[in-house]
Design a protein around this ligand. Structure first.
Ligand SMILES: [Fe+2]
Ligand SMILES: [Fe+2]
Length: 252
């Protein structure tokens, strides 16, 4: 616990604005002996201090800024048929859809006579359809990954991720709803709505994916050593198929 508490102190310093690079230099000895489970313990310790979920979210980010190199190493060591590889592949796809959303939103804002046949509107519908598939992806994590982690000291990390799932579901649902109800909007109002939603969805989803890639899954791989658990997750996961690759019908 001592190590976890020292890590928690370091994270507090990052949170208060100190440069993670400088701290990494200073805390090199501690960082070189850290295991990923120490991160979970530090997380748990901070939860015990009464920190809010939003503050924890910032700290999860700070964890990654300090320990990023170790996570890249873990990712490189994943087997080709490991179920986490599929999850990471879906994250990559969602990153592409987010880049498309960001770019298309800028273009859509410039269209003078926006109609349902405008290419920017049609593209938005397509992107929203792909993004809607995040529900299945998140469900896979909620139903298969988080319960498997119940027995390990990662609960607080899972709680942060689950809260983000709920927010993402709402925001992407609102984007789909706006696209489907285009006719009920004045074009100017539609643009404002799409701009507000895109500006919220893009950073929140990017941050969420970053946290899962750099914290949640490296910790999960570190703590779940029983291959039978991963095999079971893989089996159940295959029943859900890949998501994000086939768009759900969005605008009709
Ligand atoms: Fe997630
Ligand atoms: Fe995910």
């Amino acid at each position: 616990m001592e190590k976890a508490r020292r890590l928690a102190d370091i994270l507090e310093r990052v949170r208060s604005g100190e440069d993670p690079g400088k701290i990494r230099q200073e805390a090199r000895q501690l960082l070189s002996t850290l295991r990923l489970t120490d991160i979970s313990r530090a997380h748990k310790y901070l939860v015990g201090t009464g920190i809010s979920l939003d503050q924890l979210r910032t700290l999860v980010y700070a964890f990654a800024s300090i320990l990023g190199d170790q996570f890249a190493l873990l990712r490189a060591n994943l087997g080709p048929d490991h179920p986490v590889r599929r999850i990471l592949a879906e994250h990559e796809m969602f990153e592409c859809f987010l880049a498309d959303l960001e770019e298309n939103n800028l273009m859509l804002q410039e269209v003078e006579d926006l109609t349902e046949v405008s290419s920017e509107f049609r593209r938005l519908g397509h992107i929203a359809g792909h993004l809607q598939a995040i529900d299945i992806h998140n469900q896979r994590e909620d139903d298969l990954i988080f319960p498997a982690l119940e027995a390990y000291p990662c609960r607080s990390i899972c709680a942060v991720m689950q809260k983000a799932h709920w927010r993402i579901k709402n925001m992407v649902g609102n984007l789909t709803m706006a696209v489907n109800n285009f006719r009920n909007f004045e074009p100017v109002q539609f643009k404002i709505q799409v701009n507000a939603l895109s500006s919220a969805i893009v950073p929140i989803m990017r941050e969420h994916i970053f946290q899962e890639d750099n914290i949640l899954y490296p910790v999960a791989l570190d703590v779940i050593k029983d291959e039978r658990i991963w095999w079971r997750i893989k089996q159940l996961s295959e029943e859900m198929g890949y998501c994000g690759f086939d768009a759900q019908p969005c605008c009709t």
